[in-house]
Write a protein that binds this ligand. Structure first.
Ligand code: ADP
Ligand code: MG
Length: 601
């Protein structure tokens, strides 16, 4: 048999690679803008014609390329940005793969003009479908201009697949905004068919956001600023009263790259908890800087996902930072770390008569009751547990790479030295004294949040039952189950059939065992029937509460050290660790002073 394997010619390989890198005109825009930034340009101009289908041109005043480089840059894996494998773990440029220009040149007509400052003349190159058509010396301004014409001219299927001009332009505007929002110090202009879309002068971040999103934005912004060893967070959120019905303006940037991350988005939204009406979303512009080693950026060029080493801690820091800022700007009571003096009366105000806004805390506050009558007043219950810990070195909390809360404990991590008393309370040493955790109520809180999280953030995990379970109910009960079927499914139930007086279950949530099913569903039906109907509260919430109550470790159950530790750790990772879902305290702290007092009497 003859050998049949051959290496693909370069232009074919490039065309294949292009299929991945260039999905639409907006992908070209992103790559070209990023190259201009990597070239240290201070002025960047983007010109497009017919949504980029006819022309995409980026002109920059960056460092330009030499004659040889101008030719080389169209080769695959040609890059000036990394040299060796180790560089991959310390990337400070936008590009590094060296495949964008090669890919683009494989599927379009490209003209590159470039000149380095030190050179009299620049160079101009024309490439069509990976083939260099001409190269000549030209007089051209310092910097680089790349014009990409007739994108996908040699891949008709791709070209036909492009959406309407409106949609493709929308994609381009999105990419442009994402880049412009990260580099306020660079001037950008953007023209579509000779109409000016944006003309952004170099400015600070706030001005850039306002320039992109409109003057009205200015009054809406609340600054965010936090710096820890794990992450530095900067940027703005919008005040809750400006929340939107759509999730439009939500921007996360990590090390100056735009990313999407549902988990971090959840951290932000949950910091707004109780401040937004249902169905409203806050806008945000958040810039996270993390050590390059702690993220995996070596991802697909068109993907906006990113992997973090320690997402949980990031979540906690992000959430508390935002809560803190909302508090500082008096849009919500300060709930979390009061970590700087900016809440104090500034010197020049000391002698003025100012009625300081008061944060009233009602120690008897029962969030469960309050939720029913005044659902907007959540924030009162949220007096976060961190604030209960006195004398903590807050700086240290933030640099812990362990889950934030474990640093609350004086003992070394993972050996919190907990013990159980009366098979009811878990007791542990903390910096300010002793904490008593009610095992049942704490576990309710943990399970409650797990159920909610599973139904909203995660894909619910189900376990398939070996034999489907037939449960008999009254007609009335079956009707209720039918009503809440989708909520039950969202947390992991799978129903085979629901008939008039029976329900056949073939899958159940992973955190429930088969033997518990009947009891918890009966309890749930009971709870739903007895709960005063309240439109502001979803069935899901009732369901999560009911299941949490049914499944939580009961008082009187002996727990081994590991189980105790798990409760403690998970509790303090909860959003509202200090109350059970029904508004009861999950733990109490006896301060060392209080103990001292007992001895002095
Ligand atoms: P990457 O950006 O991943 O290195 P590209 O294919 O986008 O790969 O670009 C290849 C190389 O061409 C870059 O590494 C850079 O040296 C050069 N280059 C591209 N665009 C510009 C530009 N606007 N100004 C100066 N050099 C550029
Ligand atoms: Mg590039």
């Amino acid at each position: 048999m003859p050998d049949i394997i051959q290496l693909l010619p370069d232009h074919v390989a490039n065309q294949i690679a292009a299929g991945e890198v260039v999905q639409r005109p907006a992908s070209v825009v992103k790559e070209l803008l990023e190259n201009a930034i990597d070239a240290e340009a201070t002025q960047i101009k983007l010109l497009i014609k017919d949504a980029g289908k006819v022309l995409i041109q980026v002109i920059d005043n960056g460092k330009g390329m030499s004659q040889t480089d101008a030719r080389l840059c169209f080769e695959r894996h040609a890059t000036s940005k990394i040299k060796k494998a180790e560089d991959l773990f310390n990337i400070n440029t936008k590009g590094f793969r060296g495949e964008a220009l090669a890919s683009i040149a494989a599927i379009a007509h490209v003209t590159l003009k470039t000149r380095q400052e030190s050179q009299e003349l620049g160079t101009s190159i024309r490439v069509e479908g990976s083939e260099v058509k001409s190269q000549e010396s030209v007089s051209t301004p310092k910097g680089t201009s790349i014009a990409v014409k007739n994108l996908f001219y040699n891949i008709p299927a791709r070209r036909n697949f492009l959406k309407s001009n409106t949609i493709e332009t929308r994609h381009i505007v999105n990419e442009f905004q994402r880049v412009a929002l990260v580099h306020p110090n660079i001037s950008f202009s953007f023209y579509h068919n000779d109409n000016e879309i944006y003309n952004l002068v170099a400015s600070n971040l706030r001005q850039r956001i306002v320039a992109i999103l409109g003057k009205k934005t200015n009054e809406k912004l609340v600054p965010i600023n936090e710096s820890t060893d794990i992450v530095a967070i900067e940027g703005f959120i919008t005040k809750p009263e400006f929340a939107k019905k759509k999730r439009g303006e939500q921007f996360f940037f990590v090390n100056n790259r735009f990313i999407k991350n549902a988990y971090l988005n959840h951290a932000v939204t949950s910091a707004f908890e109780g401040l937004l009406a249902q169905g409203y979303y806050p806008s945000y512009f958040l810039y996270l800087t993390v050590p390059t080693k702690s993220i995996d950026i070596n991802i697909h060029p068109t993907k906006t996902e990113i992997k973090f080493d320690d997402e949980k801690t990031l979540y906690a820091i992000l959430r508390s930072t935002i809560k803190h800022s909302l508090g500082q700007y008096n849009v919500a009571p300060a709930l979390d770390f009061d970590r700087d003096a900016s809440m104090d009366t500034p010197y020049e105000f000391k002698n003025k008569h100012i009625s300081t806004p008061k944060v009233s805390v009602n120690p008897d506050f029962n969030p469960f009751n309050a939720q029913k009558t005044r659902p907007t007043n959540f924030q009162q219950k949220a007096s976060n547990w961190e604030s209960l810990y006195t004398g903590i070195d807050v700086e240290n909390i933030e640099v812990e790479s362990e889950p934030v809360n474990s640093s609350m404990f004086t003992e070394e991590k993972s050996t919190h030295k907990t013990y159980q008393i009366q098979n009811k309370y878990i007791v542990s040493n903390i910096k300010s004294g002793v904490v008593y955790i009610n095992q049942n109520l704490a576990h309710q809180r943990i399970l409650y949040e797990e159920f909610l999280e599973n139904s909203t953030v995660n894909e619910a995990a189900s376990q398939q039952l070996l034999f489907p379970l037939t449960l008999a109910f009254s007609k009335d009960d079956v009707r209720i189950i039918e009503e809440i079927k989708s909520d039950l499914e969202s947390i992991g139930f799978i129903f085979e059939t629901i008939s008039e007086e029976a329900v056949v279950v073939k899958g159940i949530p992973v955190n429930i065992s088969e033997s518990q099913i009947t009891t918890i569903i009966e309890q749930l039906l009971d709870d739903i029937k007895n709960d005063v109907p309240d439109t502001s509260f979803s069935q899901l919430d009732i369901m999560a509460k009911s299941f949490a109550k049914s499944l939580a470790i009961k008082t009187g159950t002996k727990l081994d050290a590991k189980e105790q530790e798990e409760i403690v750790n998970k509790l303090f990772l909860c959003k509202e660790a200090n109350y059970s879902p029904f508004g009861k305290k999950t733990f109490v702290i006896i301060n060392i002073q209080e103990i001292d007092k007992q001895f002095n009497n």
